[in-house]
Design a protein around this ligand. Structure first.
Ligand code: COA
Length: 344
């Protein structure tokens, strides 16, 4: 049995906010942002667009790709949606607080009546956690065959746009992959699909990336006037140090567990948080930076969406080939971190 990625999709809002746009209203500059992060622009969702809206577009794009493939038994998007057994979305910016889950909203809009649906709250590692969770559910459920794994976030709605130390980093977007349980093997010379995953967390760092208001710890009170919207508070330096260590540890761990060297890996698809984090980890590991796929320049940090958006870009530009071994690696609020090793 193997759990294989069959199709990918993404959705990025059309409104593009450049560093120069930000510099018009903040004490920052294109030069500072580029040199400290590698970011040139980010895309921002319009006021009416919620997390599930972007996620839905990415989901339809993945299902459309799958429909066009040889051997797909479904004849229409409606039919293929009905074949879904699981929908999982990793997000830190759900449509609603806790209930209903964003995944249930997506399930309804897709017409995926046969699918179980749930959200995963693992910050920017949400897609990595979601992929492993969906693969596990497919593996243990004899009748389950197909899952949609989405990463989507609208962090622009939860950043303090007056805080130049954090708002410059984030953008909105969604990415999705359709995975399927097949008769191929996930071990041996012809191994396919998701080979292994490492999931880790260090909750002692939870204060370093936190939206403090609105939850049960710090709920809004009747009559309360709030001065700022609930927003992400970040200890940038602490997150940076954690991230470099996390990326290094996960890459080393996956290579060791799979008993391979980095030469066997075609591409590393890292969470797109800061190009300097990737460069620092690459240097520590002695891996050429070119091995890492980066699109942070255009989208900034789209949180749980960054890895599936990158996978979709690589897939659609023909840079990924069937049989390529790829590695994802990411980190985020929680603090969480992890990575997947996948034969594409
Ligand atoms: N424009 C201009 N100057 C800025 C700035 C901006 N956008 N943001 C911060 N600065 C200033 C600071 O005020 C500080 O000035 P000072 O020395 O006069 O006090 C100086 O730049 C250095 O600040 P510092 O916070 O030490 O910068 P840094 O090199 O650590 O870079 C981050 C800041 C946020 C880019 C970096 O810490 C980072 O990327 N951290 C990880 C964040 C992350 O990935 N979060 C999401 C995880 S999923």
């Amino acid at each position: 049995m193997a759990i294989e990625i069959k199709a990918t999709g993404k959705s990025v809002p059309s409104t593009r906010l450049t560093n120069d746009d930000l510099a018009k209203r903040l004490a920052t500059s294109d030069e500072w942002i580029r040199s400290h992060t590698g970011i040139e622009a980010r895309h921002i969702a319009g006021g009416e667009t919620a997390c599930s809206d972007l996620a839905l577009e990415a989901a339809w794009a993945a299902l459309t790709m799958a429909l066009g493939q040889e051997g797909c038994e479904a004849k229409s998007l409606e039919e293929i949606a009905l074949t879904l057994d699981i929908i999982i979305i990793g997000t830190a910016t759900a449509d609603y607080y806790g209930c209903p889950s964003t995944a249930c909203i997506i399930q309804d809009k897709l017409g995926a009546r046969n699918a179980a649906a749930m959200d995963i709250a693992a910050g920017c590692s949400g897609f990595i956690y979601g992929l492993e969770t969906a693969a596990g559910l497919l593996s243990i459920g004899a009748s389950r065959k197909r899952a949609l794994v989405i990463g989507a976030d609208v962090l622009s709605r939860f950043v303090d746009w007056d805080d130049r130390g954090s708002c410059i980093l984030f953008g909105d977007g969604a990415g999705a992959v359709l995975i399927e349980k097949t008769g191929n093997l996930s071990t041996g010379p012809d191994k396919r699909g998701l080979l292994r995953t490492i999931l880790r967390a260090d909750g002692s760092g939870s204060e370093h990336l936190v939206i403090k208001r609105g939850g049960s710890r710090n709920a809004f009170k009747p009559g309360e006037t709030i001065e700022t919207i609930p927003h992400l508070e970040m200890n940038g330096r602490a997150v940076y140090n954690f991230a470099v260590k996390a990326v290094t540890e996960i890459i080393e761990g996956l290579l060791k567990e799979e008993r391979i060297t980095i030469d066997a890996v075609s591409r590393i698809v890292p969470h797109q948080a800061n190009a300097r984090i990737v460069a620092a980890a690459a240097k520590r590991l002695g891996i050429p930076e070119g091995k890492f796929f980066l699109n942070i320049k255009e989208y900034a940090n789209t949180s749980a969406a960054s890895i599936p958006i990158a996978l979709d870009e690589l897939n659609r530009t023909g840079e990924l080939h069937k049989g390529d071994l790829i590695m994802t690696v990411g980190f985020g609020a929680g603090l969480t971190y992890g990575g997947n090793l996948i034969v594409f």
